[in-house]
Design a protein around this ligand. Structure first.
Ligand code: PBG
Length: 323
């Protein structure tokens, strides 16, 4: 036999030397959930190991993540139902606890990168990402609301805006609005190919943000479609997105791959809540090894082409590789 691929696998050092894909904490973005109040650390039932934090305790949590090398965070607000309305007005209210938390985090940890969603669902009494009128999700009427939300986050000090609503034209609208108001430095990581997925359940539990009626299929993409993802990416690229995200990640590695091939800006992947919940559940039963499973999952996303990955596994993975 002339070709024996096993020779390159004969020792740990050699295997590491020929390893094609690398992953480290610099590639990870850690999603975290915030709640108004003090001394709150509430575990999310369907997403073990993940919590709703009040800002006082979150500061300590962020400090421990930074010590592990996790430097980028995506923050989500769990908003009291009483503050939700049809137009998501709390999203840009002066006394919004979440906007204040962005400010405090950036003051205490100037070196970290903070990202935030722009979409109506955490603030909407309808639980939809866009404005609902007579049961329809209106596109163009949603854009000014997203603009206002994005500007409020920029004023609070956010580094990256993540439009996650899937309205047409929102990247361009937000880009213009930020630029006109002096925030041309704020980045946009667009949720470009965001699919209407079964894997967002635990996230919606965490924020109590599930749609009150209907589903999200008139704006989120059909899981069967790949060419449409390229169209979405073209539009977001033209409209000024700095990075393109694919979401979920695990069932959509082919989409990550095709966008990486075709667009010369960073591609990111959102390893969503339901994908993580499956691993937690199976490892709790002893059916898969947790650390090995998360390593394999994260490396698969990098191998497919993701420059960075949003993942609830971030802290566990960082602990695992530093130990
Ligand atoms: C809000 C949003 C969702 C997620 C991120 N931003 C839920 C949804 O669109 O219904 C899901 C993230 C996850 O499941 O981890 N638009």
């Amino acid at each position: 036999m002339e070709r024996r691929p096993r020779r390159n696998r004969k020792s740990p050092v050699l295997r590491k030397m020929v390893e094609e894909t690398k992953i480290g904490t610099e590639h990870l973005i850690y999603p975290i959930f915030l709640k108004d109040g003090n001394n709150i650390k509430e575990e999310i039932a369907s997403l073990p190991n993940n919590y709703r934090w009040s800002i006082d305790l979150l500061l300590k949590e962020v400090e421990s993540c930074v010590a592990l090398g996790i430097m980028t965070f995506d923050m989500f607000p769990a908003v009291d139902d009483a503050l939700k309305d049809q137009v998501a007005s709390y999203s840009y209210a002066d006394d919004n606890f979440y906007l204040n938390a962005i400010h405090v985090l950036k003051r205490e940890f100037p070196e970290i990168v903070l990202m935030s969603d722009v979409a109506m669902d955490p603030y909407s009494s309808d639980g939809h990402d866009g404005l609902v009128v007579d049961g329809k999700i209106l596109n163009d009427e949603t854009l000014p609301i997203l603009n206002r939300m994005a500007l409020a986050q920029a004023q609070a000090g956010i580094d990256i805006i993540g439009p996650s609503d899937m309205m047409d034209g929102r990247v361009g609208a937000i880009r213009n609005h930020l630029d006109e108001n002096g925030f041309s430095d704020v980045s946009i990581m667009s949720y470009t190919a965001k699919y209407a997925s079964a894997f967002y359940g635990p996230f919606r539990d965490a924020l109590n943000s599930a749609p009150k009626h209907g589903d999200k299929k008139t704006y989120q993409m059909n899981p069967a479609n790949k060419r449409e993802a390229i169209l979405e990416a073209e539009l977001d690229y033209i409209e000024g997105a700095d990075m393109l995200m694919v979401k979920p990640a695990l069932c959509y590695l082919d989409i990550i791959h095709v966008l990486k091939e075709q667009f010369n800006i960073p591609i990111t992947a959102y390893n969503v809540s339901g994908e993580c919940a499956m691993v937690y559940a199976a490892s709790e039963k002893g059916w898969v090894n947790y650390n090995n499973a998360i390593t394999e999952i994260l490396i698969s996303m990098r191998r497919a082409g993701a420059d960075a990955i949003l993942t609830y596994f971030a802290k566990d993975f960082a602990r695992f590789i530093t130990n």
